[in-house]
Ligand binder design. Sequence first.
Ligand SMILES: Cc1ncc(COP(=O)(O)O)c(C=O)c1O
Length: 279
Amino acid sequence: MSLVYLNGQFLPLEDARIPVTDRGFIFGDGVYEVIPVYGRHPLALERHLDRLDHSLSGIRMENPLPRSAWRSLIAELVQHEPDNNQTLYIQLTRGSAPREHAFPREVTPTLFAMAKPLVPPPAHWLHEGVQAITHADFRWLQCDLKTTALLANVLLRQKAADQGAAECILLRDGYLTEGAASNVLVVVDGVLLSPPENHLILSGITLSLVMELARQYQVPVEERPVTESGLRRAEEIMLTSSVREIIPVTRLDNQPVGNGKPGPVFTRLQSLYQGIKYA
Ligand SMILES: Cc1ncc(COP(=O)(O)O)c(C=O)c1O
């Protein structure tokens, strides 16, 4: 039977309860991770746990569990879920306390984790590509932290959904940052470009895996700022995320990207990525 983990206990999802005074509910005062699991093996687990540490220290929370306890907790959760391929969700909040913005003096963090079946992106997304729109990046300046305060991302993704697009690609001060819930890679003049890792984007784990594959297999890559005009004249655009893996964008703001079909760099990276999922 599928079980979730809440504050030291494995229990059915319906029985998992937290107080309404939890600061995650009241302030979005928490962080999370999403880890893809293939054949019951969490992909790049240590990188996800490293990023969780980064997010926690960014919001000045201590990690309540040592790394070994995280590994056992995750292994147990993965075993409880009937499907072999899963999406693992982990969330920590600062805990429950009377409502006051500043941190409470004594508080116990809330730790929640669940696994659910991994739903792969529709096959036609890979064969035909998806549509994306662009929008001004109106999020805060600490996008390197994976916090549960996702209202801006929610509103931006909804703008895409309203137009039948799969993602909203964000521009800040004339430069590409990332998607509402994905990183963005572009191919310009045959070079795979990724915006620099900084406080304006999440350091995507899928992105890091894809960039390593590209370097390993001699795809020309560069980490450098991508201008809006670079984005608009890109031969290829790709989205990466743990849940959607790599998705080609073939229409941007109703204009074709390149020749309007998934390109050769996407095809190469997609096949290389499939090769590491079960490794
Ligand atoms: C804003 C944002 N950027 C990038 C990503 C991709 O990160 P990862 O590849 O680690 O899933 C996500 C994932 O949900 C995200 O929400």
